[in-house]
Design a protein around this ligand. Sequence first.
Ligand SMILES: [Zn+2]
Length: 140
Amino acid sequence: MHLVCPHCDAVNRVPEARLGEGPRCGACHAALFEGKPVALDAARFRHHRAKNDIPLLVDFWASWCGPCRAMAPQFEAAAKLLEPRLRLAKLSTEEAPDVAAELGVTGIPLLVLFKGGREVARQAGAMPARQIAAWAEAHL
Ligand SMILES: [Zn+2]
């Protein structure tokens, strides 16, 4: 499978059976999974969305949004539950308003799940980690 490195954005090839064995990036040698969401900007979001063979779960948030800040530790905990089956990422709608507009993001926090680059589900509102994980798994 193709996996985009969360550190240097290199596209790695990792056998699916070895996803859980702590794979490292062939380019920068950092761990491909660290149990936490990756903060993406617009360009990196497009790259990760297009090149990852594992589903990408994105938390759309903004610094002024209280519920978003409250959900941040829950989303981070969900990364520990869902990696390496999914890649979790965060995208600030303040830093990437073009992406938010493109996807029709009107309310945040908003979770959007992408599979093979296509949106398969979205869910608005803050959720605890276990509920985030259950929701994502229900759409895999
Ligand atoms: Zn790397």
